[in-house]
Write a protein that binds this ligand. Structure first.
Ligand SMILES: Cc1cc2nc3c(=O)[nH]c(=O)nc-3n(C[C@H](O)[C@H](O)[C@H](O)COP(=O)(O)OP(=O)(O)OC[C@H]3O[C@@H](n4cnc5c(N)ncnc54)[C@H](O)[C@@H]3O)c2cc1C
Length: 333
């Protein structure tokens, strides 16, 4: 599959990149590591007239550690750099695990955190070559009016499979987002929408420039179930973070990925643990309750019944994993 014609521009400053991306009509696309965008272009899912290479911009490569262990990560940091960084591994192990689970080492060597958070939603029917897709009328994602996953659907159910997003959501991350007209900060929790066609609130011409991860004293976990370890997108993932001891839990965040069109928070199971503590009984009840928070689950990539069972098992495994972890020093007192 050949690339469509396009003009490639490699700006030397963030300001110039944002000016180029402000081109009207979405004619310009940002290329970071290119591990997804180049495939999307070959498949004619994305046909930008101008490709703006942002991968080497120094403004997006910065990485700062605050004294308390909080991070400011430039969106252009590669996944390999982050997964191997000692502070990420020691202070934010669930994030390191989530990042390490993305694709293969070759992919992670060029893929960036900004590209991962902005990974388009995926679907078995659309993520194919243009010739393959021509065999049937276009779906919502390719400017048609059909969903091949749910024939009667009025919306797109493509899946969000960005592995870093689940972990970052449980850690309370925030984004800096910039455009030619200024910049804004946004909690990551307000970035995603459960909408296969418009899965983020990023506006035209905007770029994620940095990800802020606050310091924390939580016990955390990340688990990914994939057909092949070290290459595949997840069939299901979970990230969890628990503040407090096993008996006195003060806050729980649970987010599952690769199940619906956004990294889906599970407030119901989280509440059960906050009220009952990390006991065997509460963990079992939380796992059972998970399906109630998922909304509509499709047969995309695996059956909806299997997905619901995976989520139940992942909630149980993540919470049991955290229950076995040592408390951070101050909580142990
Ligand atoms: C074999 C293979 C396996 C993979 N497995 C996984 C997996 O297991 N899990 C997973 O999550 N992903 C997986 N991916 C997808 C992809 O490699 C990663 O999501 C990667 O992190 C994308 O980053 P990138 O820098 O290459 O993004 P790019 O391809 O450069 O860009 C992806 C999208 O994000 C936009 N974008 C890039 N940077 C920014 C920014 N700073 N602000 C706003 N928009 C931006 C681009 O315009 C584009 O639309 C896989 C890909 C391949 C080829």
């Amino acid at each position: 599959m050949q690339l469509p014609p396009f003009e490639y521009i490699r700006p030397t400053s963030l300001g110039h990149a944002l000016e180029l991306l402000a081109a009207p009509g979405g004619r310009a696309a940002a290329l970071a590591g290119g591990t997804d965008l180049v495939i999307a272009m070959r498949q004619r899912l994305s046909t930008p007239a101008v490709v703006v290479g942002i991968g080497a911009l120094p403004e997006l490569k910065s990485f700062e550690v605050a004294e308390d262990g909080g991070l400011r990560i430039g969106a252009g940091c590669t996944l390999t750099f982050l997964a191997e960084h000692p502070v990420v591994r020691e202070r934010h192990p669930s994030l390191a695990a989530a990042i390490r689970s993305v694709g293969s080492r070759h992919v992670r060597n060029t893929a960036t955190l900004g590209g991962n958070l902005n990974l388009p939603t995926r679907c078995w029917y659309t993520n194919q070559s243009e010739d393959w897709r021509r065999a049937r009328p276009p779906c919502f994602k390719t400017n048609g009016d059909i969903c091949y996953v749910i024939r009667s659907a009025k919306e797109c159910f493509a899946l969000n499979s960005a592995d870093s997003a689940t972990a970052l959501l449980t850690l309370g991350a925030r984004l800096t987002i910039a455009s030619a007209s200024g910049s804004r900060e946004l909690p990551l929790a307000e970035f995603y929408r459960n909408d296969g066609l418009a899965p983020t609130t990023l506006g035209p011409g905007e770029l994620v420039t940095a990800v802020h991860v606050p310091a924390h004293r939580d016990r955390t976990a990340f688990i990914k179930i994939a057909p092949r370890t070290g290459l595949d997108y997840g069939l299901a993932t979970i990230a969890a973070a628990v503040t407090g001891s096993n008996r006195k839990v003060t806050s729980v965040r649970l987010v599952v990925g690769s199940i619906v069109s956004w990294p889906a928070p599970l407030p119901g199971p989280a509440r059960i643990i906050e009220e009952g503590g990390l006991t065997g009984e509460a963990i079992e009840a939380a796992a059972e309750a998970a399906r109630g928070d998922l909304g509509e689950v499709t047969n995309l990539y695996s059956s909806s019944g299997y997905k619901r069972r995976l989520v139940r098992a992942l909630v149980r495994r993540a919470l049991e994993d955290i229950r076995r972890q040592k408390l951070p020093a101050r909580e142990a007192a």
